[in-house]
Design a protein around this ligand. Structure first.
Ligand code: ADP
Length: 296
């Protein structure tokens, strides 16, 4: 598999992150400890981390022309992520993030919205270059077509040329993305998504969702400071504890970092147990540092 790339499809946005000692009271006037601009978005964050893990990584994202897009493109280049923009009209998404040093919490307010990468945009991708396609679930119908295309492509190729797929289901209000559960080789379910479906713990979510998976697929569920759980293709439940940093600094993107770690190990032939353990270690390290620099 050496030499083949990982493709991430999803949002790229600007995060303006203000780090504060403690979360401010409403209608108060607070000076932050530091403020930074960061390229954000789930798939975009995972790409940044994958590159640090020495993976060649491409990010397919919609962008609207303008100064924000120029910043996002320059930042991707600086980080070594190959950003393929799909140009659309609108405002590039941005988020204001308040990151509290006291608790490590991150409070996010989103703005801006662009249309999503479509199945037609995905046709420009030469799957021969890739070993893995990861989708941040945002546009169910379109992304279902992408996953079916990869499946068909795999059927016509020898196993060593196959492209593995993963999807992260994070936003429970996007009902059309639920169909993606049954279409990818590895499905990541966020804690919020599981809770929204009425599952109070990850084990319960695994039991409830396993019937919807495609054959031989894995289900992975990170659960913040409790670590992560997964169901392997044989239906075995496995767990990794979390690896808390000496001091909790910044939990923004912990889940995206975890996903990057899991994909890195699985795409290099490691086991699911090795993958979630590595993902938890990497995400724990991320929680102890600002941003994504110096994780590997
Ligand atoms: P998200 O960032 O999407 O909300 P989670 O909060 O579930 O994702 O965290 C993803 C992973 O990050 C967890 O599985 C865990 O390994 C790690 N993690 C998150 N919060 C902590 C924490 N407080 N201490 C140690 N590890 C953490």
């Amino acid at each position: 598999m050496a030499g083949r790339r990982i493709l991430c499809v999803g949002l790229t946005c600007l995060d303006v992150i203000s780090v504060v000692e403690t979360f401010p009271e409403e209608d108060s006037d607070t000076r932050c400890i530091s403020q930074r601009w960061q390229r954000g978005g789930n798939a975009s964050n995972s790409s940044t981390v994958l590159v640090q893990l020495h993976e060649s990584c491409t990010l397919l994202s919609t962008l609207a022309p303008g100064h924000l897009a120029r910043y996002l493109q320059a930042d991707a280049e600086r980080c070594g992520v190959q950003l393929i923009p799909v140009w659309v009209q609108g405002d590039c998404p941005s988020s204001v993030v308040i990151s509290s040093l006291h608790t490590g919490s991150r409070t996010i307010v989103h703005s801006g919205k662009l249309s999503e990468v479509s199945a037609k945009d995905f046709e420009s991708i030469d799957l021969l270059e890739y070993k893995w396609v990861h989708l941040e679930a945002r546009a169910g119908e379109e992304q279902a077509c992408m996953l079916r295309k990869v499946d068909l492509w795999n059927k016509e190729r020898p196993p060593d040329k196959a492209v593995s797929t993963s999807v992260e289901l994070e936003k429970p209000h996007k009902l059309d993305t639920y169909q993606l559960l049954g279409l990818a080789d590895v499905v990541f379910i966020s804690k919020d998504f599981a809770k929204h479906l009425g599952h109070s713990c990850p084990q319960d979510a695994m039991q409830g969702l396993k019937r919807g998976l495609k054959s031989r697929a894995s289900l992975v569920c990170p659960w913040a400071e409790f670590g992560a759980w997964a169901l392997d293709p044989d239906g075995q439940l496995i767990h990794s504890p979390a690896f808390p940093p000496p001091c909790l600094v910044d939990t923004l993107g912990a889940g995206d970092t975890f996903i990057a770690g899991v994909i890195h190990i699985l795409s290099s032939g490691g086991s699911l147990q090795e993958a979630i353990t590595f993902g938890c270690k990497l995400a724990g390290r991320k929680c102890g540092t600002e941003g994504y620099e110096g994780l590997a």
